[in-house]
Structure formats: C-alpha cells, structure tokens
Design a protein around this ligand. Structure first.
Ligand SMILES: N[C@@H](CCC(=O)N[C@@H](CS)C(=O)NCC(=O)O)C(=O)O
Length: 367
C-alpha cells in the first residue's frame, strides 16, 4: 500500500501536465514524484515495460499509464464534477479535441521546443534526470536523455522544410483559440472538459512554460495564456457548468475546420495503412503488440508537403471518439455528427472501418 495516489512525471512533460491539471480540478489528493533516472529504472521500466510518463501508482499499488486511461480510472472513482459533458454534441467535440491535441499538436509543440528553446530545455532534462548534479553535469546528461525526444522530430514531420508551415498553422490556431477564450472560460463553458485537459498537454509544458514559446503565446494570444493559467490553478475546482442546450460554441468552428483540413486526411491514410498491415500480418503474431509506426507517408500542412510516420496510436485515440458517436442513435447521433459535418468532416462522421484496437500491458494490440 502506498499513502495515496502518486503521479510519476515532470514539468517538461506534455501528458503529465494533462493529468496534473485534471487532478487539481477534481481536488483529488496526490503527490507528484519526479521521474528521475532511478524512477525509470526501479518503477517505470519494471512495471510498465517501456520508458514513458506519466504513470500513476494507486494506494492499492496498481499502476495506470496513458493519460486517457488514467483520467477514466479516476472518473470512475471520483464522479463528482465529471469532465465528460453529458450533452452528446459537447461530448463528441471534447473527445475529438482530446485526441487531436494529444496526437496532432505534438508537431508544433516539438517544433517550437527543439528549434526555439533547445538550450533551456536541455538544462531541464538534465535537472529532471540527475537533480544531484551541478549545472554542467546536468547539461551533459540532458544532452543524452533529450536525444530520443529531439530525435523524434522527423518522424512527426517536423523538419526545416515544414517549419514555416508548422508555425503558420500553430499561430493561426492560437488566433482562433484566443477569440474563443476571449468569450468563454473553457472550451464548452465555465467548466473544463476532457477536451480542455487534452489541449492543456501541448499548451502548458511546451508552449507556455518553454520560455520563447511562452513569450509568443502571451504576446499573440493573451486569452489562451490566461486559460492555461486557469487550468493550472482552477478557480472553481469540481465546479462550473457546461453551456446549456448542449451548445458547441461557434467560436470553435474554425478550430474544427482546422482539424478536418490538417488531421483528417492523415487519419484516413492511417486507417488504410492499418487495414493493410492487419491483412498482411502473420497469424502467429495475433496477440503481439502492434508496431508504434507503420512506415512513413506524405502529409500537407498550410500548403507545404512533408513526410511523417504513420502512428497506430492515432487510431486508438480516434476510436474513443468514434465509439461514442456510434453509441448514439437516430436524431441524437445526427445532431452530434453535425458538429463534424459542418466543419468539413463528413468523412470523419462516416469514417472507414478499421480493426479494433485495445491496450494490453501498456501497449497497443488488436482487440
Ligand atoms: N498517450 C500517452 C503518451 C505518453 C507520452 O507520450 N509521454 C511522453 C512524455 S510526455 C513520453 O514519455 N514519451 C516516451 C515515448 O513515447 O517513447 C499518454 O497519454 O500518456
């Protein structure tokens, strides 16, 4: 038995931020433990099997990993102040924003971190891994531990060639979100939803806390910066309300249009690649973990074309939203699907079939 809930993570981490903000809003007591080298060696590697944060250890000594599963486990135990809207339109919109922010907004987050905040963040990685060393020692360790993260940029499609398009897209998004948060405290009213927690992942650790990125956000999107601050220190824990009549504010429409324009073609191509992969899979591999990436494919952003890895995880996140949409019936389903269709997402509402994904031992498998 541990004393309470322990969150293993770091301030520099995207998905630790998502879970931390959730726990603060829900007023769930927890202690955050820095994921140092020893923590990876003694807890994360033996119990999760691969180096990843955030990880939650429960008072019963169970291990939870993956921010969405962590939040779902907590929602079941602490139902007061639910973060999943009851209204089907808001709920579908929130799930889609969570999936997109988790997966697609990694591109600008990593681009800005590693092209505009590199020196600073190397020091942060060093401090995290070896809090016991001096600044020079930490820089050396930081260079090593940061390597896999910085090295992930080309797989995400973030290269010198796509850099200007990534910045155009992200700054456009900041403008759209700024207009929204000038009118609303959170995505769907005066209470944060699962969509807000997803969005906070990239917009806190990378885009607010990394100094050059934070300066940009505060300068061109001050309402977004204030939303980040509200999410960090919730003024009404467990409180607030989602907008009446299941309203999805019109100010979010440009954001949904952006999701359909930028991410939907990638999702459709990912589903096609996944179908081909499963069809060609050796039956002897049936229960084995799926590859994290299925080769590379082309993508387009703000008129620029690049290559990126085809990530299976995108489909697991998408499946959460599609499962919800497909659980609805008749007119309710039609109304929810309109949120997608009105933003140019007809093909998302009628998404091509792909084999179901599940998680086993913290890895993706075929269900
Ligand atoms: N989808 C997972 C992703 C966790 C994740 O990607 N964590 C990053 C740090 S924020 C990491 O440790 N990545 C290592 C890796 O992906 O190999 C979640 O929601 O928790």
């Amino acid at each position: 038995m541990t004393q309470g809930y322990e969150l293993y993570g770091a301030e520099v981490s995207y998905f630790t931020g998502k879970v931390r903000a959730y726990l603060r809003y829900k007023r769930i007591p927890f202690s955050e433990v820095l994921a140092t080298r020893e923590v990876y060696r003694d807890i994360i590697m033996p119990r999760v099997g691969w180096p990843v944060i955030p990880v939650v250890v429960t008072p019963e000594d169970d291990i939870w990993q993956d921010s969405s599963e962590i939040i779902d486990h907590f929602e079941a135990r602490f139902p007061e102040g639910p973060v999943y809207p009851q209204g089907p339109r808001q709920r579908l919109a929130a799930l889609l924003i969570e999936a997109w922010a988790d997966e697609w907004l990694k591109i600008p987050a990593m681009h800005y971190r590693w092209t505009k905040n590199r020196d600073w963040v190397i020091g942060e990685f060093g401090k995290l891994s070896r809090p016991d060393l001096d600044a020079a020692g930490q820089r050396e360790i930081g260079e090593q531990t940061a390597r896999p993260f910085a090295g992930a940029l080309p797989a995400l499609g973030a290269t010198p060639e796509t850099g200007p398009a990534i910045e155009k897209s992200y700054e456009g998004l900041l403008g759209e979100l700024d207009a929204h948060f000038a009118a609303h405290d959170y995505l769907f009213g005066s209470k944060p939803s699962i969509g807000d927690f997803g969005l906070y992942g990239p917009l806190y650790a990378h885009q607010y806390r990394d100094p050059a990125s934070g300066e940009l956000m505060k300068r061109i999107a001050p309402h977004v910066a204030r939303w980040v601050e509200r999410m960090s220190k919730p003024p009404t824990p467990k409180g607030g309300a989602f907008l009446a009549h299941d309203e999805v504010p019109a100010t979010l429409k440009p954001v949904f249009e952006r999701i359909m324009r930028e991410w939907l073609p990638v999702l459709i191509a990912t589903a096609a690649a996944f179908n081909a992969h499963v069809a060609a899979r050796d039956p002897a591999d049936a229960g084995k973990p799926l590859p994290r990436a299925l080769g590379m494919h082309a993508f387009t952003l703000e008129g620029a074309t690049g290559q990126r890895a085809i990530f299976t995880f995108d489909l697991w996140m998408l499946q959460r939203a599609l499962d919800f949409l497909r659980s609805l019936e008749g007119e309710t389903r039609e109304k929810a699907a309109l949120v997608l269709k009105e933003a140019g997402g007809e093909r998302l509402a009628e998404f091509p079939a792909f084999p179901r994904l599940a998680r086993r031992h913290f890895q993706l498998v075929l269900e």
